[in-house]
Design a protein around this ligand. Structure first.
Ligand code: SAH
Length: 462
């Protein structure tokens, strides 16, 4: 979500004639796109902002802006604590950014833009994506859940879905400019369609949306994030089973393996209900890789609650898990509860679960060795100029011999070895020579997998 917001800001500024530079010294405008989910992310931004104070004294014309969740969290308090900040842009006000920069420059005053309604995306002003094979695409914004640890509803506002027709048009437009892989974004994409943008009818759920996007010619891979166990439905699992283009990695945050803690977290599901969903998903889609998020040290988490989480990880055998230490967030219900667990203990639980998951991930990854799978090439390998980095439909990383002309194309490889979490593979299918793509223009990468029916159907369940 934040990557998309940063891309959109960069795209809007480029359109106004600004150039994007990476170092502070040559920049006339420095922008921070911020996250408030955990305190750590906020502390890093605050540290960097404090460091810029001296720079602003030396260069009074330097424009410093902060975008995103921290703006919604602190609002004008930012200007009080960091008077050298010129611009504050909330999560739904990114389209106001170019105008805000102009205002600071011409009127020499601070600008605050907060909008709590509307979608906040200048849809036709999407960043220029020509030449890129992957695009993020927000299908909804905000969140109507009230998880007691989570700041998202307070900084991203209420949930609103974009109309299906609009999303489908946007995907077609992306395909026309060469995008092959889209990642559909939302705080809870599984509840897509429940709350509609004003004046428009969505009249579709997430499964229907996925099926519609799968029909768009030229699009080869469709990912989505993030899901919520309560809204992850049978229809959604069936859509994934039926549509080969949909990524086979399902990220479904569990948060805790203790029903007592899940209830305090206001997650609306028990461990047994969660397991039932995973079991059903694995039954319908045997090649699915499931990943999760876990929070340790939530207020009131006893040893027994923690042991229940450990057991859940061991039982469910996720392909991967993010393990977070609980951090109290302003506005949330849990922030009012006693957070008495010493940091040492949170660290111990965090490390123990990380190690446990590492072993599970390693074992799971080994079960894929020897299989032939479909991958999409994303980049050159960081370690070798003769190798490319690709991802399987389970979003596992793979490197193999190949040149940059393969980037954005799909091909089939045999997984030979796995180190850490990256496979080394041999190419099985040579991509076909350049030919006209769906839009009638020559294919840019010289490869297209649309003629291949590779992959998911031939995977064997474990
Ligand atoms: N709705 C989005 C954003 C949630 S933030 C999503 O589901 O991806 C991502 C993860 O951060 C959550 O799943 C949770 O595990 C973790 N998280 C959220 N609030 C937290 C907090 N206060 N302390 C620690 N981890 C938190």
């Amino acid at each position: 979500m934040n990557d998309f917001d940063s891309d959109m800001a960069a795209g809007l500024l480029k359109k106004e004639g600004h150039e994007i530079v990476q170092d502070d010294d040559s920049a006339d405008v420095i922008l921070f796109n911020t996250c408030s989910v955990r305190q750590h992310a906020e502390d890093r931004v605050l540290g960097q902002l404090a460091e810029l104070k001296g720079e602003k004294k030396k260069r009074p014309d330097l424009v410093i802006g902060v975008m995103g969740c921290m703006v919604e969290n602190y609002k004008t308090k930012f200007f009080a604590d960091y008077p050298h900040v010129d611009i504050l842009i909330g999560t739904r006000s990114i389209p106001e950014l170019p105008k805000a920069i102009e205002t600071v420059r011409t009127e020499r005053r601070q600008v605050l833009e907060l909008a709590k309604t509307g979608f906040g995306y200048e849809l036709l002003e999407m960043p220029r994506l020509e030449g890129k094979f992957h695009a993020y695409l927000p299908i909804m914004t905000g969140c109507d859940k009230v998880c007691s640890f989570c700041i998202v509803p307070y900084v991203r506002g209420r949930e609103i879905s974009r109309p299906l027709r609009e999303v489908a048009d946007e995907v077609r437009r992306l395909a026309e400019i060469g995008v092959k892989h889209v990642t559909l974004l939302g705080q809870n994409v599984n509840s897509y369609g429940k709350t509609v943008a004003s004046g428009e009818s969505v009249s579709a759920d997430f499964a229907t949306l996925l099926r519609a996007v799968s029909k768009v010619p030229g699009i080869e891979k469709i990912g989505f994030t993030t899901s919520h166990p309560e809204d992850a439905s049978e229809e959604l699992f069936q859509a994934i089973r039926d549509e080969d283009k949909i990524s086979r990695r399902f990220h479904l945050p569990l948060q805790s393996g203790s029903d007592f803690i899940l209830e305090r977290m206001k997650r609306d599901h028990t461990l047994a209900e969660y397991r039932k969903k995973i079991d059903r998903m694995r039954e319908l889609i045997p090649d699915i890789a499931v990943t999760t998020d876990i929070i340790v040290g939530f207020p009131g988490e006893t040893d027994a609650d923690y042991e229940a989480t450990k057991k859940a990880l061991a039982d469910i055998q996720f392909d991967g898990a993010f393990i977070f230490k609980y951090s109290p967030r302003p506005h949330t219900a849990a922030a009012r509860w006693e957070d008495s667990m010493p940091m040492d203990e949170k660290n111990r639980r965090n490390n123990e679960l990380l190690n446990l998951q590492k072993e599970i991930t390693k074992r799971k990854n080994q079960t894929w060795l020897g299989r032939t799978v479909k991958v999409m090439v994303e980049d050159m390998s960081k370690k070798s100029r003769e190798e490319v980095l690709a991802r399987t439909w389970q979003e596992k990383k793979v490197v193999f011999k190949g040149s940059g002309t393969l980037i954005g194309s799909s091909l089939r490889v045999r997984l030979e070895q796995v180190f850490d979490e990256t496979y080394r593979a041999e190419v099985v299918s040579i991509p076909p020579p350049p030919r006209a793509d769906h839009s009638g223009r020559p294919a840019k990468t010289g490869a297209s997998s649309s003629s291949e029916r590779a992959g998911t159907k031939e995977f064997q369940p474990e």
